[in-house]
Structures are given as C-alpha cells and as structure tokens.
Design a protein around this ligand. Structure first.
Ligand code: UDP
Ligand code: MG
Length: 316
C-alpha cells in the first residue's frame, strides 16, 4: 500500500488547526488504497498551536510534528517538513483550510496515473483584494519574462509531490528560499488541476505587502540574473551617449569658444547619472547579499522537539 504524508506548516494556527485536521480526516477516510500520515511543522508559534499537535499525536500515532526552535517562515518550514517525510508522496497544505481537502482524491488519482507533481491551480481567490490578485498576476508575468524556466501562474504550494520530487527538493539547501520557483526548476511530469481558493477559515494571514514584496525580490534574485544584465546594457548605452555628447561639447568649445553656461543641463545630467548608479549599486548589493548569506552555510532551521522528544543532535 502506498503511503502519503500531509505536510502542514503552521504559524499561530490554534483557531483552525483542529478544524483542519478533522476536515482532512473526513476526506481521507474514504480513500482506501493509500495510507496517510500527518507531518505538522510548528514554525515558532506563540500561541497553543504546538499543544494541539501534541494532543493530536497522543490520539493518533500517524500524526508527527516537528517543533522548530523559532519562527523561520513558511519557506523554511516546508523544507523542514520535507526532511522529515518518509512516505511515497507528500501533499503540502496550508492549515487555514484555504486549500480544500476535498481535492485530495483527484490529486491522488493523477499521481496514480504517473504524474510526479500534481499542483492545484487557483481558478478564483476569495477573500483577497483585487490589488493583491492584480499585483500577483503581473509579478508572475514579469518573472516569466525574466527567466527561462516555466513559472506556474496562480499555483501555490498546495500540491502532491512524488518521492522523486521530494528527494530533488531536499538537494536545495539555499537559505533564502523561493520554493515556488524550485517546484518549476526541478521539472518532472507536472499536472495542474483547477480549484477555487476559499477565504481563510479563521485567524489572520501572516503575509503583509512588505513580506510579499520581499518574497517577490527573492523570486527575482534567486532565479534570474537579468537585472544585472540590464544594468550592464544600460550602463553601456549611457556611456556611449555621454561619450558622443562629450565629443560634441569639446568640439563646440574648440570652434566657438565657451562662455560659462549650461549649469541646468550639467546639474540634471549629474543627478540623473548619480541616480542610475545608486540604483544599480543597489541591484548588485541584492545579489551580493545573497552570496554573503549562502556562503555562511548555516543550517536552514533548528528543531527543538520531534514527536515529543527533545532534539539535541540536529539532523541537518
Ligand atoms: N506559515 C508558516 N510560517 C510563517 C507564516 C505562515 O508556517 O512564518 C504557514 C501558515 O500557518 C499557513 C501557511 O503558512 O499554514 C500559509 O500562511 P497564510 O495563510 O498566512 O498565507 P496566505 O494564505 O495568506 O498566503
Ligand atoms: Mg492562507
């Protein structure tokens, strides 16, 4: 019998976690040909989320939980979970019931047909502002233009991954993670199925525009060097134009002489070039910062407790 793990990163989800568990249970009890277990990752919650996990584990040996030493963010929580999954496949789900468990049978049937990565594509997104929808759509289009790996639009982390994909993803040990891009990067046979994303069942989203903006920069800097390329090209164009202008100014001065004039144009040019330089220095800084972070080779996360046992020696 094939085994499937349900991986749930959780950060302050005490209000929905039990509800989530019960709804998933009611769906999977009807799926006869697979054995299920849960891997909850407590991402440094400050509420009683981990107590709920302990309680679930006490009543069901198929529930496992990884208790991280602090809040590391969803991207890290996901790889922490993947490191602790030992089933034939994993299904990554949000705890807030935005990813409907009713979709699981369809996902599993595609997996049985041989697909290695069955992802759920949002047909609609309830409870999200038009600005969030619009900005996310534009961003993915932009990202797609900047990189040559196909980026999946409107596809989140809700997906079923075969063991083959799990092992592939575990090889990615970069600390600033953009998991959505990694799913695309690894390839393998993908199948997209459509679903309507519900609004959060309870509790509040942990994302704000600042965090989303940072994730967006992460996505660009970890998957494309195009901004650096643009900087070089624009730098070339600017140098050539200024060179031509310089020759013109010198010739004009030699032929016609020069009464001191042109203060406004000089100031505008200095300010413009200065601005462009600082902007591109910033871009270089973004990449340099990533290099700095990756060269430290720190562990991605630390576990303080696994299934009720205190962890002294870290796995990774
Ligand atoms: N999450 C996490 N660590 C964090 C933030 C979020 O593990 O630092 C989890 C959260 O508990 C939820 C999932 O990631 O299960 C998605 O979070 P959320 O619903 O806040 O994001 P949204 O659905 O608004 O994109
Ligand atoms: Mg959510």
């Amino acid at each position: 019998m094939k085994t499937i793990s349900i991986l749930v990163p959780c950060y302050n989800e005490e209000v929905v976690l039990l509800k989530f568990y019960e709804r998933v249970q009611s769906v999977i009890k009807d799926i006869a040909d697979c054995e299920f277990n849960f891997v909850f990752v407590n991402d440094g919650s400050t509420d009683s989320t981990v107590d709920i996990m302990r309680h679930l584990r006490k009543n069901n040996a198929n529930v496992h939980y990884v208790n991280l030493s602090r809040n590391f963010g969803k991207e890290i929580a996901m790889i922490a979970g993947l490191d602790h999954v030992d089933s034939d496949a994993v299904i990554i789900m949000d705890a807030d019931l935005q990813d409907p468990p009713e979709l699981l049978p369809e996902m599993i049937s595609w997996w049985n047909k041989g697909y290695k990565d069955v992802c759920a594509k949002r047909r609609s997104r309830d409870g999200e502002s038009w600005f969030k929808k619009w900005s996310s759509h534009t961003y993915y289009k932009l990202l797609q233009h900047m990189t040559n790996i196909p980026i999946q639009i409107d596809v989140g982390d809700f997906r079923l991954l075969d063991r083959q994909c799990i092992e592939a993803l575990k090889l990615f040990r970069e600390s600033q993670r953009y998991t959505k891009g990694m799913f695309s990067w690894i390839g393998f046979d993908k199948k997209e199925i459509l679903f309507d994303r519900d609004a959060r069942a309870a509790g509040k989203t942990k994302w704000n525009y600042w965090k989303l903006f940072n994730l967006a920069i992460e996505g660009i800097t970890s998957f494309t060097m195009l901004p650096l390329r643009i900087a070089s090209i624009l730098g070339c164009i600017l140098s050539i134009t200024t060179m031509i202008y310089m020759i013109y100014v010198i010739l004009r001065t030699l032929i016609f002489g020069e009464a001191v004039r042109g203060y406004p144009s000089m100031v505008s040019i200095i300010l413009f070039i200065g601005g462009v330089q600082i902007f591109f220095l910033g871009i270089i800084g973004e990449y340099l910062g990533r290099i700095f972070n990756e060269t430290k080779h720190r562990p991605l996360y630390l576990v303080k407790e696994y299934d009720g046992e205190i962890v002294i020696k870290q796995k990774v």
